[in-house]
Write a protein that binds this ligand. Structure first.
Ligand SMILES: NC(=O)c1ccc[n+]([C@@H]2O[C@H](COP(=O)([O-])OP(=O)(O)OC[C@H]3O[C@@H](n4cnc5c(N)ncnc54)[C@H](O)[C@@H]3O)[C@@H](O)[C@H]2O)c1
Length: 254
């Protein structure tokens, strides 16, 4: 019960990695606020958790809106009593090189993947500092640290999330607020599968091929990323701050 009594806000909580994180944190004693664009998804994961007796609430909305981001942190504090842990997990993946990237694709990547993390972290750190500490886990990507091919806006936004993480980790370690990021390579979630579908590929066959490219023998399951987030947010990671942790099955980006 690593998170007994802790209040946790998880963005993208209705997605692949997000749902896995909600299950881990709620299962280990946390009060959880789920944020997601998908009301249906929020209802599903909250109903699943409530069936188990866990205190999980949701506030759905669009993270590209500043008012929603800032209201979300206030709503979490009002509803759960505090905000001890923030998982900035929501994300979108516009696909294309610079010539294929429209203004809308660029601003979607920047607004949702990066600027929302700025708004949410700023609001949360204000509360965490006042209450004497907290933990933030951001979701960058190995493609943020080493740009993957043909995803210019996505990789740029995730590279900025890694830089933001190191800045916040440095600035707020003295406030007893640890800020770290997880950098996954490919994970078996709707984000990955919809990409294959858009390219006209059978997602299950494509994943079988992708598994062959990973030294550990397979792409990650969402739980394997959520477990690293939980570790980074937990007291077991008490000396890890301002770090970006690659969770890649040893697969290099090339
Ligand atoms: N799946 C991968 O291979 C992979 C690899 C590296 C990093 N990541 C990162 O992991 C995180 C989680 O991704 P996932 O794989 O679980 O994807 P996912 O698509 O399953 O989940 C992402 C969630 O974010 C939500 N979201 C998207 N736009 C939003 C908005 N404007 N407002 C509010 N919510 C919004 C979606 O509704 C969705 O539920 C993302 O930041 C992603 O970039 C994923």
């Amino acid at each position: 019960m690593r998170f007994q009594g802790k209040s946790v806000l998880i963005t993208g909580g209705a997605g692949g990695i997000g749902r896995a994180a909600v299950r881990i944190f709620a299962g280990e004693g946390a009060k959880v606020m789920v944020s997601d664009l998908s009301e249906q998804g929020c209802k599903e994961i909250c109903a699943e958790m409530k069936d188990k007796g866990y205190p999980v609430e949701y506030l759905c909305g669009d993270l590209s809106e500043k008012a929603y981001c800032e209201g979300l942190v206030e709503h979490t504090v009002q509803t759960l009593g505090s905000i001890d842990i923030l998982l900035n997990n929501a994300g979108v993946i516009p696909r294309g090189n610079i010539l294929e990237t429209t203004d809308d694709m660029w601003f979607a990547a920047m607004n949702i993947n990066l600027t929302a993390v700025f708004y949410l972290s700023r609001a949360a750190i204000g509360h965490m500092k006042a209450q004497g500490g907290g933990a933030i886990v951001n979701t960058s990507s190995t493609w943020g640290v080493y740009p993957g091919p043909g995803h210019m806006a996505y990789c740029t936004s995730k590279g900025a999330v890694a830089a933001l993480t190191k800045n916040l980790g440095r600035d707020h370690a003295p406030d007893n607020i640890r800020v770290n990021a997880v950098c996954p390579n490919e994970v078996n979630t709707p984000m990955l599968k919809t990409g294959f579908e858009k390219r006209g590929l059978d997602p299950e066959k494509a994943i079988e091929q992708l598994n062959l490219t990973v030294p550990i023998g397979r792409i990650a399951q969402p739980e394997e990323i959520a477990e690293v987030m939980a570790f980074l947010a937990s007291d077991a990671a008490s000396y890890i701050a301002g770090a970006t942790i690659e969770v890649s099955g040893a697969k290099p980006v090339y």
